[in-house]
Design a protein around this ligand. Structure first.
Ligand code: PEP
Length: 250
């Protein structure tokens, strides 16, 4: 039985004070039961947010990590560093990183492997662009991305991986995938995982939907049989709205 999971991706937003305020709202409102919940603040505020979340059930994640643990890689943060300051999760291969920072399926897969070795649960993002969808290439793109992004991950480790299906056309646009579109893509991804890793692992794999999730569409999206919760961007910056989305997963 998969548990619903809602993670907030704050992207490059907030400042120290607003990050702490937002984390306080989420920690206080998350209570003690319900869907699994996490926030992913900018790296420079992770430690301040970790202090706020201490003692709450809200988990902490990074938005990216490098593919090695130390060395001459100016500007990067390693998985070991994220773990060291209290992260249990890390988003990898977000479409913005693929689009603006040259992330590839191969780099995502290497990053996922080392993240797992350091005790971090990767949230691996995949999703097609509008042009790809309109050209009828959605499934082809998803197949290439998911198999490529998991190429370094063996079956025992897959149980510690979360997938996020994030159609690029739905991210930050206010146009979410319909529940049917989300279900179709999630079922397809789960089917691919079943082919590669076996039915049992595929049935236990948590697949989040991301792309303009809001309080008023979360329950319908999360109600789809293969949609196990959401990766939430814009709506995660409003603490009360984010908590409503978390509640939609309960
Ligand atoms: C995201 O960035 O992962 C995301 C889903 O953004 P939004 O919710 O704003 O569409």
């Amino acid at each position: 039985m998969r548990r619903k999971f809602v993670a907030g991706n704050w992207k490059m937003n907030t400042n120290r004070a607003t990050a702490i305020e937002l984390a306080k709202t989420v920690a206080a409102g998350a209570g003690t039961v319900g869907a699994r919940v996490a926030v992913c603040p900018p790296a420079v505020y992770l430690e301040a947010v970790a202090a706020v979340l201490a003692g709450s059930r809200v988990e902490l994640g990074g938005q990216n990590a490098y593919l090695t643990n130390a060395g001459a890689f100016t500007g990067e943060n390693s998985p070991a560093m994220l773990k060291d300051i209290g992260c249990g999760l890390v988003i990898l291969g977000h479409s913005e990183r693929r689009q603006f920072f040259g992330e590839t399926d191969e780099s995502v897969s290497k990053k996922a492997k080392i993240a797992l070795e350091n005790g971090l649960e990767p949230i691996v993002c995949v999703g097609e662009t509008l042009q790809e969808r309109q050209a009828g290439k959605t499934f082809e793109v998803l197949r290439t991305q998911i198999l490529g992004s998991l190429q370094s991950i063996d079956a025992p480790n897959l149980s510690r991986v979360v997938i996020a299906y994030e159609p690029v056309w739905a991210i930050g646009t206010g146009v979410n995938a319909t529940p049917d579109q989300a279900q179709e893509a999630h079922a397809f991804l789960r089917g691919l995982i079943a082919e590669k890793y076996g039915l049992s692992l595929s049935q236990n794999l948590v697949i989040l939907y991301g792309g303009s999730v809001k309080a008023d569409n979360a329950a319908t999206l999360f109600g789809q049989p293969d949609v196990d919760g959401g990766l939430v961007g814009g709506a995660a910056l409003d603490g009360k709205g984010f908590l409503q989305i978390v509640a939609a997963g309960a």
